[in-house]
Design a protein around this ligand. Sequence first.
Ligand SMILES: [Zn+2]
Ligand SMILES: [Zn+2]
Length: 146
Amino acid sequence: MVSIYDNLPFGSRLTKQRRIILDVLAQSQTHLSAREIFLLVKKKIANISYATIYRNLNFLVKNGLVMSLECSSKEELFEIAKDDHSHFICLRCRQVYDIDNAKSNHWRQPPFVLSGHKVVKQVFIYKGLCKKCKKLNRSKYAKKKK
Ligand SMILES: [Zn+2]
Ligand SMILES: [Zn+2]
């Protein structure tokens, strides 16, 4: 079976473990923590350790195949690399949604006057209530908030 990863310049460095991590991420179509990835990969490689997963995840991030999302309210999340996008995190259910940057204007004009610093990346994380939670119990959430 030919994998889509075989054509990559470092394809040979994609060990079985790394391919399985990529498959798990590709199949989940969402953002997973290292712990969640570990549990899913463990179903396929029973004796794999969390440290091994974490090390391989970092390799994949460094080589641009996986993206990591650091958000203060949740542990670091990983997803399969795709076009530049931002994230919306629901404050209630913690679900992470992708926001297509092409459909949003906010990221387009970085403040280039940054005392000589060079901007290489902008990270936007929007927070609020997702569609589902907004519908579910708006009033309950409002009461909880101080
Ligand atoms: Zn929600
Ligand atoms: Zn994403």
